[in-house]
Design a protein around this ligand. Structure first.
Ligand code: FAD
Ligand code: NAP
Length: 342
């Protein structure tokens, strides 16, 4: 049996899997789980951070648990429990409609609630961990549900325990967020947001204004996956030592950076790729987006080999120019096997 995955991942390669199961609640999920050690199952949300190529001898479990409930509240905060299959855009919409603050900077990130903690989604100065309270996840081997606190998730920059030792061990079923009901902490210090608010003559922004500004910025520079296949930022922004950065500045005086700690800085990967001349370049049908060099696109019926050749060529070039290694943010499955870079 073969089920097409082309519409189940935003890069849009022709790909297939042995089976696709749609689980709408915990009972269906538990019935679908193969608890054996030889399990060939993969959990999928919106497919916006994963790329498939070829045929996968795997059962894809689409987590479609959808529910938003109020768990608790006090004078300032509301705790909402969100099913893993709720589309992130609907979580944003729900929050804005009820005037709950804290996630407006994360407007227009594709995907589902359940995948958001996996890489601690972030944009425009906010990360999921800033509003995260806890999550529930089913152990894929035992079927037992475990509650994870924020500390136990070990969030970091685009990282969590679910990308490390707990990788592929749990299915996240719901996530509890702690949002503000009043006195929202507006985060408008990110350059592009500031500029957009100024252009729109907004001096005292509401959470809705921030969401609108973020949507406006994103639509102006990011390709819409329903039109051009892509998986967002292909690489993470590298974090390097301040000493190395100071040495690089001698050769590249315009290289931007953002402080991470007393001894480390973050360098925008898009800038490195752009400066190295990759913007708009293509290998076969895969290309570097011409407005944002960090986004690789399915420009012209690419296949997975084009994409692999393109991203590995970029990695090699950036390594040799700047002595910086670019780590992929996106997960790739080729013929059912996860690709691991050296
Ligand atoms: P999927 O791609 O379906 O899955 C991602 C990983 O999580 C896979 O390993 C999968 O096995 C696992 N997984 C999914 N659901 C579950 C679950 N319930 N339990 C256990 N494991 C699960 N990311 C950002 O951080 N910031 C951005 O600003 C951003 N912008 C983007 C813009 C575009 C145009 C695109 C295409 C992507 C962008 N992304 C961004 C990346 C992506 O949207 C996020 O990582 C998102 O959280 C992925 O959600 P998903 O449901 O599509 O996950
Ligand atoms: P940008 O504004 O062109 O800036 C380039 C990079 O510099 C960003 O990735 C960001 O790092 C960093 N940066 C810029 N201003 C910063 C500040 N004031 N403080 C700290 N870091 C700053 O970025 P962009 O590509 O248009 O993306 C805008 C935001 O959306 C970013 O936060 C980005 O992460 C997010 N985004 C993510 C994806 C994805 O798939 N992961 C896709 C599109 C957009 P950070 O990335 O660490 O914030």
């Amino acid at each position: 049996m073969s089920h097409s995955l082309q519409k189940l991942h935003t890069f849009g390669f022709q790909a297939s899997a042995a089976q696709v199961l749609h689980c709408k609640n915990n009972v269906e999920l538990l019935q679908s789980l193969d608890k054996s050690t030889k399990s060939k199952q993969l959990i999928l949300g919106g497919g916006s951070n994963i790329i498939f190529g070829g045929h996968a001898d795997l059962t894809i479990i689409k987590n479609e648990i959808k529910d938003i409930q109020i768990l608790d509240q006090d004078a300032h905060h509301i705790y909402i429990r969100v099913g893993a299959g709720v589309i992130w855009a609907d979580v944003i919409q729900h929050a804005l409609q009820h005037n709950y603050g804290g996630i407006e900077n994360l407007t227009l990130i594709p995907g589902t609630m359940g995948a958001a903690p996996i890489q601690n989604i972030g944009a425009y100065g906010i990360e999921l961990r800033d509003v995260f309270h806890s999550l529930a996840a089913v152990d894929r081997r035992t079927g037992v549900t475990k509650e994870f606190s924020k500390k136990e998730c070990r969030f970091d920059y685009r990282e969590s325990i679910f990308k490390q030792e707990a990788k592929n061990k749990y299915v996240i079923t719901d996530v509890t967020l702690r949002l503000t009901k009043r006195d929202h902490q507006i985060k408008a210090d990110y350059g592009a947001i500031k500029k957009t608010l100024e252009q729109n003559s907004i001096t005292n922004p509401t959470i809705q204004d921030i969401s609108n500004a973020v949507a406006q910025i994103r639509m102006s520079k990011l390709p819409d996956p329903s039109i051009i296949g892509n998986a967002g930022s292909f690489f993470k922004n590298p974090i390097i030592s301040k000493n190395k950065y100071t040495a690089l500045l001698e050769k590249y005086p315009n290289m931007p950076s953002y402080p991470i700690s007393d001894s480390q800085v973050k360098v925008p990967a898009g800038w490195l790729i752009d400066q190295a001349g990759w913007k708009g370049k293509a290998i076969g049908g895969a290309a570097v987006h011409d407005k944002q060099a960090l986004v690789l696109i399915n420009k012209n019926n690419a296949d997975i080999s084009d994409l692999i050749q393109l991203y590995q060529s970029i990695q090699l070039d950036i390594q040799s120019r700047y002595d910086i290694s670019l780590e992929r943010e996106v997960t790739i499955y080729k013929n059912g096997v996860e690709l691991i870079d050296d």
